[in-house]
Design a protein around this ligand. Sequence first.
Ligand SMILES: C[S@@+](CC[C@H](N)C(=O)[O-])C[C@H]1O[C@@H](n2cnc3c(N)ncnc32)[C@H](O)[C@@H]1O
Length: 300
Amino acid sequence: MGNTRGVSGAIHCPVMVDEVMELLDVKRDGVYVDGTLGMGGHAEVLLKRLGADGRVIGVDKDEEALMFAAQRLQDCRVSFVRDDFSRVGDIVKDCGYDTGVDGILLDLGMSMCQVKDMARGFSFNSDYRLDMRMDNRAPLTAWEVVNRYKMEKIEEILKEYGEETRGAKIARAIVAQRKRRSIDTCRELASLVEDVYGGRGRTHPATQTFQALRIYVNGELAALKGALEGSGAVLRAGGRLCVISYHSLEDRLVKNFFRQEKANGHFRVLTVKPITPSAAESGERNPAARSAKLRGGQKL
Ligand SMILES: C[S@@+](CC[C@H](N)C(=O)[O-])C[C@H]1O[C@@H](n2cnc3c(N)ncnc32)[C@H](O)[C@@H]1O
């Protein structure tokens, strides 16, 4: 399995690869959607398990990620699609698989290459403009939200998508600061939040603020809901849906989706409890995997 270095030189190490492949129960001639192709880490392993007739539809809305994965994989069994995974149903049809697919993988959130590329404006230490878009064609950036939105709306975003208990205080501080001058860079916002907290703890105090803005700017929860529903419609009977989430808001959506689809008789739940990375994986090998939770279901 290969690690990959993106534009920033960062490495993205795919999470729980063996567990994902087992849960997908890969068939050699199957058709699989990797809805979050990223740097192609999971897709690379999936391709090794597929035979000549197997196919992968690799989706990402990030142009850089897609180009990187295409260059890395260079495999005619892969269709590379720049799109939002919430459109999985249409994507599968557009690729010509009218009879559905055997498996779908969603490895949510961002790749390390996105986080570490300072110009993308995701990182606390970035002196670039607050951006946080995964898809650079999208009109809304984090700068717009921080500098143009009403205080009440900023507070709501911080509470809803960051579960930030100091959302009101942070929103007030943002509005007070921008009356003096705009908050342009990630570092400026991170240090403003740090001031509200009065210092740093074990994790950076701006973690929840940044998470909230990223989720809002990229419409992440709505996209996930769309992808879960779309997946249910496009999986063949016996096909499998596997989702790796990295925070409780995502995991709750996935858990509730499987619970409801089980009650409706549409899915069998394959993970009563989420699968988490081994100590070896989330320790030194890949600390970014720490919060990962893998859930899977089988279409009936
Ligand atoms: C954690 S990374 C995936 C890493 C990948 N599994 C690998 O092994 O390299 C998540 C990827 O999903 C993409 N992504 C996030 N939300 C998306 C969406 N709604 N539609 C399409 N791609 C999305 C991001 O741009 C990012 O490249």
